[in-house]
Design a protein around this ligand. Sequence first.
Ligand code: ZN
Length: 87
Amino acid sequence: MRVCFVCPEKGNFGLLAFPKDEEEKQRWCDSLGIDIQDVKKSSSVCHKHFLKSQVEVVKCGSSSKIRLVKGNCNAEDQTVKTMSVLE
Ligand SMILES: [Zn+2]
C-alpha cells in the first residue's frame, strides 16, 4: 500500500498525486519542504499537508477518495493553483 511521501500516513481516502506540471510541482515541494529531485512519479501526499478548505472527500466510482477542491475526480488532473501546508 502506498504511503504519504512526507509522513507515514496511509491516507484514509487515498493520497494526492503530485501535479504533472513542473512549476506546480515545485510549489508543492516548496510548501512541503522537500526536494523536487526526490519526488517520483508515484509519489503522493496525504490530506494532512493541505488546509481543510483545500481538500474534500468525494465519491469516485465505488469508493471515496480525497481530492483538491478545485480538482476533479482524477487526482492526477488537479488544477488547483495554490497549496498551503498545515502547521
Ligand atoms: Zn502525509
